[in-house]
Design a protein around this ligand. Structure first.
Ligand SMILES: C[S@@+](CC[C@H](N)C(=O)[O-])C[C@H]1O[C@@H](n2cnc3c(N)ncnc32)[C@H](O)[C@@H]1O
Length: 245
């Protein structure tokens, strides 16, 4: 019996650098991918997925191997009729983390490249990698547009949702609320950058607006941004599963 997402996250361990240990916030001064891999101890063997995720570690990213492994597991174990939705792909790290090794799973990315995109570099990096990946992973879709516009058309039940778009309080709350009607019972929601007080508060307020419908499974802080464990903090939520017959 595989671990639940919450158990998996709880059992991720770090050898040397712990989430509470201060590290450099300078993006360029982060530890190397091989040091990050060495530091991260995953609780479950998933060799193929892990090897595929290793190939992503050299790309520009605002997340970590630990978080990528969690995303990959959640998409792998998502029911076949549900999809993975990632608003805010940037260069693609979190989105590709869900796709690799999961060719049967429908994965949808949305980004309007309105942030962190000098000289269109992020968009170009994303498109180059995405075009390569989608030739093999034919169930993937990408929409270059504002997420609020995208949701006017979205239909599939979402089993795994990441809102990693613009992180103002208003957009964070809206990003969670707008997906709510299409979230399947039991759906998992990953929120990152939760070290930021307004992101944390918007996520708690989202839960409070739907009492008894969402459970906070994990709320993990890091000492600083760009941290090689859980980056800038993560929260994991779950929509109440349907009652079993
Ligand atoms: C923090 S980055 C995402 C990092 C990415 N998930 C990763 O794994 O590296 C945020 C992204 O959200 C996108 N974004 C911001 N506002 C948006 C909006 N209104 N609609 C769609 N995407 C948006 C930005 O263009 C940017 O690429």
């Amino acid at each position: 019996m595989p671990l639940s997402a919450a158990e998996y996250l709880q059992q991720i361990q770090f050898q040397h650098l712990q989430p509470s240990h201060p590290t450099s916030e300078d993006y360029a001064a982060r530890i190397t991918p091989s040091e990050e891999l060495q530091n991260t101890l995953l609780p479950e063997a998933a060799e193929l997925s892990e090897q595929l995720l290793h190939t992503l570690l050299g790309m520009p990213r605002m997340s970590t191997f630990a978080v990528a492994s969690l995303i990959n597991k959640m998409v792998r174990e998502m029911p076949a009729d549900q999809c993975f939705l990632n608003v805010g792909t940037w260069c693609g790290f979190s989105f590709f983390s869900g796709i690799l090794g999961n060719p049967q799973k429908k994965c949808i990315g949305v980004d309007n490249f309105s942030e962190f995109n000098p000289d269109n570099q992020a968009r170009e990096t994303f498109m180059r990698l995405y075009n390569r990946i989608r030739s093999q992973y034919t169930e993937t879709l990408f929409y270059e547009m504002d997420y609020q516009y995208y949701f006017q058309h979205h239909q599939d039940p979402v089993g795994m949702d990441i809102y990693d778009g613009e992180h103002s309080y208003a957009n964070q709350l809206k990003g969670l609320q707008i997906a709510e009607p299409v979230l399947a019972p039991g759906a998992l929601i990953l929120v990152d950058d939760t070290n930021m007080p307004h992101v944390h508060q918007a996520t708690l307020d989202f839960i409070a607006l739907k009492p008894d419908q969402y459970t906070l499974l994990a709320d993990l802080k890091t000492a600083n941004n760009c941290h090689p464990t859980f980056w800038n903090g993560i929260m994991l939520l779950q929509k109440t599963p349907a009652p079993s017959l």
